[in-house]
Every structure is written in structure tokens, then in C-alpha cells.
Design a protein around this ligand. Sequence first.
Ligand SMILES: Cc1ncc(COP(=O)(O)O)c(C=O)c1O
Length: 413
Amino acid sequence: MKFHKPNHNQKISSKTTLLPYGRQSIHTTDIDAVIEVLKSNWLTTGPAVKTFEEALCSNTHAKYSIACSSGTAALHLSMIAANIGPGDNVIVPANTFLATANVVRLMGAEVIFADVDPDTGLMLAKHAEEALTRTEAHRVKAIIPVYFAGQCSYPAQLRELADAHGLLVIADACHALGTTYEADKTRYYVGSNTHSDLTAFSFHPVKTITTGEGGAVTTEDPDLAKKLRIFCNHGMVHNPEEFQNHALAQSSDGSINPWYYELSQPSLNYRISDLHCALGASQLSRLPSIVRHRRALAAHYRARLTGLGPLIRALTVVDKCDAAWHLQVVVIDFERAGITRAGLMALLKENGIGSQVHYIPVPWQPYYKNRYGTARLPGTESYYNSCLSLPLFESMTMTDVDRVVDMLVDFLN
Ligand SMILES: Cc1ncc(COP(=O)(O)O)c(C=O)c1O
């Protein structure tokens, strides 16, 4: 089948809005919230951080939430709090952003890449189980399921597998703020950690809500929460009950020196500012309507794509998962369509439509390939060869979706 340029007037005029694959939506209330902080006494480590963390807890039904400077920081902090280190192995899906694997290596631990389901891009329990057989099982300390595109991969099944092997589950939910799922006839919020130990979120501008740059970790475990807070701030301990060097901590009358702090394990400055959190709290107050709209846009994409398979189809919807769609991925049979992915992306771009590929399989990156060689990951390979992310963001309309699909259909003939 040959592709062709559209024969009707689809060329976007300079006045027509360009549609990137993702972008932030900033309302005047968001701007007002940030200005308020600029006029206040606190630009960082102030009340807006606490307000944002509390709002995150109520939106995810989590007990503890620790906001930090990025999703990468959230994952790295999770690794530090979980005491992942040299000699440990961590299972990571091959279809993810670099950060999910990189934080494991930054701790000196090894990554065991798991395959993914070609129809959803998700690592399922069976893929994690297969990855376990490729390594010394006793060395595996954690699994990091990635809730790709906003869908989660049957968290209860992964929890069961993790429990059978004594593993931690650290969910990379950078795509999935607002997603819920059902297990045992109960509905759970991603981030409530019923089936995980820690959950990491990202608030990069293309994500469901944004803080500019930002992230957070949620947990139900008070010890992990305490560690996350300490490691988010260099590893500084401020609680006198935990001080070890009493001679340095106390003055001659036995009282604690007011300037005193202590370090038991080094970390980094992963703090988020009040400016970021004011934006985040303002955006979070709209989360239900943002998620509703993203779901409606994704449903419209699915409806419009129905019947166009096997040439083009949306990702398979995971049973019992109500995703807060972060990405609108379609699976295209490029060979059958007679067009390359790069060619299609160029045509879309020429006509004002952004697209992206999520993701180049991480084990194929030179660093990981040199370290681990080539693993057989057929699901990942099949998914990667056919995926394309189309525009999906808060300020899009159904008409925008129609425009994208009409153009795709035309290009794919
Ligand atoms: C799956 C996944 N994990 C981690 C990250 C890292 O988040 P951040 O960009 O906020 O550091 C991203 C960001 O794109 C992501 O998509």
C-alpha cells in the first residue's frame, strides 16, 4: 500500500494551533498561585510544599507523600530508601524511559530487563517472572513496574509474585497520576500502595499535571517516608533522638545545640520549591476534570480508530484499569501501510501534528547493551517497531482528535 500526501486541504495554516504530542495547560489560577508564592516569605521548603504533599495524599489516597525535584529524583530516592545497592538486582521493563533503569545503576545494583506485552507496552507478572529465571533469584531485591501511558499492569498479580520471592515493588507511576484499578472487587488509586511499597510520580510539563519540573514518592510505610524525607535533603537528620554524636550535638548544659544536624548517609539536594508546588497544588485541584477530559479524548481516539486494524489501532485497554491516559499510543503496521515511521512523522509534522516514539527499548542503549549483551525480548521488539504517540493533552478538543485521525487515515490510505 502506498502513502500519499492528503488531497484535501489539510495543511494547517499558520493561524491553526500546532498539536504537539503533549504539553502543559496553564490557567490564570495557576499563575496567580505562583505569584502569591513570589510575594511570600518562602520560595522553597515552605508551606506550599506541605499543601501540595497533602493534596497529593488526598488525590492518591496515600498516607505519606514526599515531593521532590523530578520523577527521576523520586525514583532515585525510592532506591536509596529501599537500600538498593551493589550485589542487588532489580527487574525493570525494557519499554520505559531511561531514568527507570539508570537509578538502579546509580545505586551500583544491576538491571534485569523484562519483556513487555506488545499490545499495551506493559510488563506483566509473567514477564517479571521470566526475568527472574534469567538471574540468581536470591539477588533480586525489587521490581519496578512502569505504568506505561497511564495504564497499570495488574498490580495485585505483581504483588503476589513479589511476595512469593520476598521482593519490594517500587511502582514507576510517572505516567499514571489519577489512574485507578480494580482488584478483589475493590477499586484502588495508583499511589495508594496497596500492591506496592513505594510509588514514584513525575510532574514534567507533558504529564497529567505539572509543576514545571517535579516529582513525588508516596508510601504507606512510616520508616520509608522518614528516609525519603531525609534523603530528599542531603541525608540531613534533624531529630535529636536520632543523633549519634552527642558530644557535638549538646552544649555544656546538656541541651541540643540549635544549629545542629547530623549525616548518617549521604544523599543529594532533591528538594522541590514552593514555586513549583504552588503550581502543582493549583493544577491538582483540577485533577478530576483533567483526567475526565483525557479519558474522553482517548475514548474518542479509540472510537475513531475502531475498524482500522490491523493497519492502525490504539493500545489494548487493560481490563479493570481506568487509566488517566498520559500518552495516546497507536500501533501501526508500517510495512502494510507502505510508509516508514520516520516518513509518517515527517508528514504529520509538516501538517502541524507532533508525534513521538515511547520508547527506544532501554536495553538497546549502548551503555546497557555493552553491560548486559542482547536479551531476547520479542514483545518489546514488536511493540517498538509499531508504536507511535499522537497528541494528547488537556486543552485538546474532540475536533483536534478528528483532525489527527483523518490525517493519519489519509496518510496510511
Ligand atoms: C516512565 C518514566 N519514568 C521516569 C521519568 C522521569 O521523570 P522526570 O522527567 O520528571 O525526571 C519519566 C519522564 O519522562 C518517565 O516517563
